[in-house]
Design a protein around this ligand. Structure first.
Ligand SMILES: C[S@@+](CC[C@H](N)C(=O)[O-])C[C@H]1O[C@@H](n2cnc3c(N)ncnc32)[C@H](O)[C@@H]1O
Length: 420
């Protein structure tokens, strides 16, 4: 045996930490578990437990719902009681940023995800194992996504068998089909199926594809020219509508394969209301606006909104969303870091995981009264704030919204006010 003892704390990435000679990071455990570690391996300079046993169970535990829990890399925390998950997220956020924030839980703990990307490989269809990008968990269910998971995957397998399509070989980097991406409008019942494949579709294949997935409101075939393991390709509409819709409160949002949409439809109203609560004045700039998720919501509440986003396809959808919801909002293509910060009362920023980078300095030089920083990465926020924003802004308030139950992640909405 390598080491044994109690898990005393959780790492930022959500692993239990066993304090041995050097800390050992043990996945799928929690504070209060007593573990025996038999085999470890190094990953990015850390020691990760590979073979281990929990011999005494923590009181913070619950029975995980999913049969793939403990192997699948999708959920790391299904074994932790939800109240405790929220507490851990709050503590972790405070430890990284120094901010004490209230946390609001997701109204639904299963079936809340509106998107799932299943990797299609010679070793199975599903998700990567935790920290093992070449091992695939062949899934039969995904309770955080949809009760129809099995149906989607069975249909795909039948279609591939019938059409003699090969799954992607992760080692040799070849094959026909690489990903199945499924999106569900939770409040509209609409379904989008997008197959990401390395072969171009011919008429015979298109006909079979339509026949196998008649239930899709929107059916796409995306041609993937590169070998990267991501669910991206050049999308072609094969049947149905180019978009599916999601309804959040009194707003309809269009969803398309090439653009980001917040993945938890049930917690999204909480996120939108948190942003709305911190929005002051009359005129708002929605930076990193995506399909206009925040901008459209604010415009519906009477704010005059402009949005800037780098992805042209997302901008097109954002403007369609504005039209669909009859609101006063205009979105344009641009880089956040180059956007002139005009006479807005509030600027909402929702950058990707890497954070604001140069945009932080750009904002620090503006004289905007009110900034709302929406962050899925507290370390990136901390860096942006300490390095740049702090020169001109102070933290006024913050709230955490749990968009990602059963994972260590949380979305933070932080209100910054200009220093006087
Ligand atoms: C986390 S998503 C948020 C989207 C949107 N606020 C929402 O809630 O749906 C981040 C967005 O930033 C965009 N983006 C990335 N880099 C950018 C940049 N330099 N300037 C403007 N937008 C950028 C991405 O295309 C993506 O749509």
């Amino acid at each position: 045996m390598k080491a044994q003892g109690y898990i005393e704390e959780m790492s930022d990435e959500g692993l239990g930490v066993l304090k041995a000679e050097k800390p050992i990071y043990v996945p799928y455990t929690v504070v209060g578990d007593f573990v025996k570690v038999y085999k470890t391996r190094r990953r990015f300079g850390r020691i990760i437990a590979e073979r281990f046993e929990v011999v005494e169970f923590s009181l913070l535990r619950q029975t995980p719902r999913c049969k793939h829990f403990g192997k699948c890399g999708g959920c790391l925390w299904q074994h932790i009681k939800y109240k405790e998950q929220l507490k851990l997220k709050q503590e972790n956020f405070k430890e990284i940023t120094g901010i004490t924030a209230d946390v609001k839980g997701s109204p639904k703990l299963f079936g809340f995800r509106n998107l799932s990307n299943f990797i299609v490989t010679t070793h199975g269809i599903g998700f990567k194992e935790y920290a093992k990008p070449l091992s695939i968990v062949d899934v039969e269910e995904c309770p955080v996504f949809s009760s129809k998971t099995w149906e989607y995957l069975r249909t795909l397998k039948e279609f591939m068998r019938e059409e003699k399509l090969k799954a992607w070989d992760l080692k040799r980097k070849r094959g026909d089909v690489h990903y199945l991406s499924v999106r569900e409008g939770k409040f509209t019942g609409e379904v989008m199926i997008n197959l990401i494949a390395h072969i171009k579709l011919n008429e015979k294949l298109a006909e079979a594809f339509r026949d196998y997935f008649p239930f899709a409101d929107s059916l796409y075939w995306s041609f993937k020219a590169d070998e990267r393991d991501d669910p991206r390709g050049e999308s072609h509409l094969i049947a149905g509508e180019p978009y599916i819709r999601e309804r959040i409160g009194n707003i309809a949002y269009l969803i398309h394969p090439n653009s980001f949409f917040q993945a938890n439809s049930y917690a999204l109203p909480l996120l939108l209301k948190a942003v709305e609560k911190f929005t002051g004045g009359e005129k708002a700039l929605d930076l990193y606006s995506g399909v206009g998720t925040f901008g459209i919501w604010l415009a519906k509440r009477g704010f005059k909104v402009e949005g800037v986003e780098i992805n042209p396809s997302a901008v097109d959808i954002a403007n369609k969303n504005a039209q669909l919801n009859s609101v006063d909002a205009v979105f344009r293509i641009g880089k956040a870091e180059e956007t002139p910060i005009g006479d807005y009362d509030t600027v909402v920023v929702d950058p990707p995981r890497k954070g604001l980078k140069e945009t932080a300095e750009h904002l620090a030089k503006s004289s905007i009264e009110n900034i709302i920083y929406v962050s899925c990465n507290p370390k990136a926020f901390k860096l942006d704030y300490e390095k740049h924003l702090k020169k001109a802004y102070q933290i006024e308030d913050a709230v955490l919204i749990d968009m990602f139950p059963h994972t260590p992640h949380v979305e933070a909405v932080i209100n910054l006010k200009v220093k006087r």
